[in-house]
Design a binder for this molecule. Structure first.
Ligand code: SF4
Ligand code: SF4
Length: 445
């Protein structure tokens, strides 16, 4: 019998502080994870576990570049010295590989010392910010119940001061979903290099005797029966409209200047390459989650006892990643896809999205339809024409940003329009230099 082989590449979201956080966000799916480890204090990855993880993770990555992703809870609660030790361990085990680090933070604890460290070690920072002050503060309070917007913006200013690369991660909830352009323009103005949206989909807990709230995902494809959503969840059809409104502004003025993960992901599907976002890939299984005590889980969205693969202190990381149970976990995303999805014209881009959200029934009464199905049907149909044009531009080895001139010149948004020469820009047209300014602003009155 041959040894199980590792997948081509995999990544591990490491949570060295477990679920512990200094904020008290209403919709945080990870705060409940404290219940997984009752009585375990502190929630802090020991140096022994940390070193083992860093050593094994570098050794099992097939390529010359190894990407670490530090997540939480709030990882900065571990203190800067902890991250200096991470840098030391990484240097000790790098073996000639290039080490890259990303860290997801709420930004409220950043200071000059943190930002200087991030700049020195070239960290990419993912900053959680939901939009302008009122929208951000609605669901992202401190433990004392006050809004966290000001602290986040102070952290952002420090990241900019130290020239640290940052992306933003914004939750789309029942409030933000109503204000797509206000959210998008705010993120664009604060200079987010890459905008990521996360729709909140959370079932309300109807049974308080359950040890873990109902946000525990269904088995792949299973239906949860009666569905009641939390107030802050995004309505099933609204997320797609939110994305479509933002797309319409982006495709006319921001292509190539502002990067939106959802649009990149869609374009990858239209081009026919694997999308960067796992939820729109055919299968799962290559993105695992590591808890503070060394327990490894199938996915960050499946940190529940049923999907624990083992502990890195007594089983090798490579072994667990290649475990048939993990491969089966990955394959089930596709094998449990309902017939309605298989017949769907946008299945090639959607793939039924994340199994965690598949708790509805199809029109034929089959379990396992994604809660966000109406949104994805709407959004992927909405972007079909411009995606075809941008995919064609890439095939011709031209920049997708060229699509903007079809809108400017009032041409049909079809690949055939790419053969029509551009008209000279008018004074009030966006300047073709890509600055985002009007032509007259770039070239004088
Ligand atoms: S379960 Fe969801 S989040 Fe996890 S790998 Fe699959 S699609 Fe991605
Ligand atoms: S849009 Fe709906 S029916 Fe189509 S693949 Fe996605 S979840 Fe399935």
């Amino acid at each position: 019998m041959s040894a199980p082989s590792l997948p081509k590449a995999f990544h591990v979201m490491a949570k060295p502080t477990g679920s512990i956080c200094n904020l008290d966000c209403t919709y945080c799916y990870y705060l409940e994870k404290e219940k997984l480890y009752p009585g375990a204090t502190p929630h802090r990855m020991s140096d022994e576990v940390l070193e083992r993880f860093i050593r094994d993770y570098i050794a099992t990555q097939p390529g010359p570049v190894v990407q670490f992703l530090w997540h939480g809870g709030e990882p900065t609660l571990l203190g800067l010295d902890y991250f200096r030790r991470i840098a030391d361990f990484q240097a000790k085990y790098a073996c000639g590989k290039t080490i890259e680090n990303s860290l997801q933070t709420n930004g409220t604890r950043l200071d000059d010392a943190w930002c200087a460290f991030f700049a020195e070690h070239k960290y990419l920072i993912g900053l959680s910010i939901d939009g302008p002050r009122d929208l951000h503060d609605a669901y992202r309070p401190t433990k004392g119940g006050r809004g966290s917007f000001e602290q986040v913006m102070a952290g952002l200013a420090l990241l900019k001061k130290h020239k640290v690369d940052f992306n933003t991660l914004s939750v789309v909830n029942d409030l933000t979903v109503k204000e797509p352009l206000r959210v998008y323009r705010f993120l664009r103005e604060i200079g987010s290099g890459y905008i990521q949206f996360i729709p909140i989909v959370e079932r309300a807990n109807t049974d308080s005797s359950l040890p873990i709230p109902l946000s525990a995902p269904p088995e792949h494809g299973a239906a949860a029966g009666e569905v009641r959503m939390t107030k802050w969840s995004v309505p099933a059809a609204e997320y797609g409209k939110f994305l479509s409104v933002i797309f319409d502004e982006w495709v006319r003025r921001d292509v190539g200047r502002v990067f939106v993960q959802m649009f990149d992901t869609a374009l990858a599907s239209w081009v026919g390459v694997e999308p960067p976002l796992c939820v729109f890939r055919k299968t799962c299984g290559d993105g695992l989650a590591l808890e503070f005590n060394g327990d490894l889980y199938s996915c960050d969205h499946y940190v529940y006892p049923r999907w624990k693969l083992g502990n890195i202190m007594n089983r090798s990381l490579g072994d667990m990643v290649a475990d048939p149970a993990q491969r089966e976990f990955g394959a089930k995303k596709q094998t449990t896809l309902p017939a309605q999805c298989r017949r769907c014209p946008v299945e090639f881009a959607c793939h039924g999205e994340c199994p965690k959200h598949r708790f509805m029934t199809t029109d034929d009464g089959e379990p396992g339809l994604n809660y966000l199905c109406p949104s994805y049907k709407h959004f992927f149909a909405h972007v079909d024409k411009p995606m075809k044009v941008m995919a064609e531009l890439l095939r011709r080895e031209r920049a997708p940003a060229e699509i903007m001139r079809l809108y400017r010149d009032n041409l049909p948004v079809t690949p055939a329009s790419l053969d029509i020469p551009p008209r000279p820009p008018g004074r009030n047209d966006p300047c073709p230099c890509g600055s985002g300014r009007k032509f007259k602003q770039c070239h004088g009155a």
